[in-house]
Design a protein around this ligand. Sequence first.
Ligand code: AMP
Length: 215
Amino acid sequence: MRLLLLGAPGSGKGTIAKMLVKEYGAVQISTGDILRSAVSAGTAIGKQAETYMKKGDLVPDEVILGIMEERLKEADCAAGFVLDGFPRTIPQAEALKAMLGRLGISLQAACNLDVSEEVIIRRITGRRTCVNPQCQAIYNLEGRAPKKDGVCDKCGSALAQRDDEKEDVVRNRLSTYGAKTAPLIGFYESEGLLMTVSGDESKLLFEEILRRLKG
Ligand code: AMP
């Protein structure tokens, strides 16, 4: 499987990527997760990325492309990959095409998750993450709430709302998505790779993707 997931923040890319990886034995590559680890570790890339991430702005293309160029060369990608959160701009999509061309790999599909904005805002602002760096379990106040308010079921640490999950930042992330990332839908349509699935439940979207990939 060599797939990329397009969709607004909160459309369920991470959740669906995990389901696909489990089904197909591929690796999930999430630029958001890579950047968050770099921020926690205090690396040079993390320091560069942090200011953009806190505001809900995109990290500059050069930083992301440097990360992805290295990541796609790693051995585990040979079993296939699901890209989650990359590319997010037309220059990133063009660069990905060139990178994959150099590696002799072709994409199977760009899967666009079409989820309503109302669901997205509720989902992101209700998300709470375990502050323990070794755990980082994710909950949602609607649907997947912790047993005890504000406490992680798995390790007992506190739960917190990420800075970029607060409502004003979420609104900025959504407008950035509309301006910079939504044009990728047209890009992949003209590449003949676009697959759009619509709905508000990740499980149903996942089943629809499987049906279309297998069909
Ligand atoms: P995510 O978890 O995918 O929503 O990413 C969290 C944040 O990381 C985004 O709001 C951006 O600031 C940054 N980020 C992640 N992936 C990219 C990317 N491909 N290009 C630019 N910035 C990114």
